[in-house]
Design a protein around this ligand. Structure first.
Ligand SMILES: [Zn+2]
Length: 125
């Protein structure tokens, strides 16, 4: 994944921050939240492949997550509070097993209490 030199904003306020061979990485405003989405380049109008909700910060938190995320080796980014789609599996996830432990839909690791919802059903991955 490579961050674009300049983010691209479309008419819907979607901010394209990065891309890789197969996906665009965009931040979409969603009511009270923002969503980091991975769009399939071959089907950008077919909906997003993966999505995670972040606190609304004008894209800052999403961009921070993208700056430190290594999608080839890390299943999912950090700082999100709700998964909005399927759990992602990195192509080389075995390289970083501690990072890639299972998480609930709120992003907390399943071997620790959910940080978001004390009644979390823990049915994440
Ligand atoms: Zn949870």
């Amino acid at each position: 994944m490579k961050l674009l030199d300049e983010p691209v904003v479309n008419q819907y306020g979607h901010i394209r921050y990065a891309e890789d061979a197969d996906h665009y990485y965009e931040c979409w405003p969603m009511g009270f939240n923002e969503r980091l989405v991975l769009l399939n380049k071959a089907d950008v109008y077919g909906g997003y492949t993966y999505g995670w909700c972040f606190e609304r910060t004008g894209g800052l938190l999403v961009k921070a997550a993208l700056l430190i995320w290594e999608p080839e080796m890390q299943d999912e980014p950090q700082f999100w509070h709700k998964r909005a789609g399927p759990a992602r599996r990195a192509p080389q996830r075995g390289v970083n097993p501690m990072y890639n432990r299972d998480r609930c839909v709120h992003g907390s690791y399943m071997d620790a209490p959910c940080e978001r919802d004390q009644f979390c059903a823990r049915e994440g991955n």
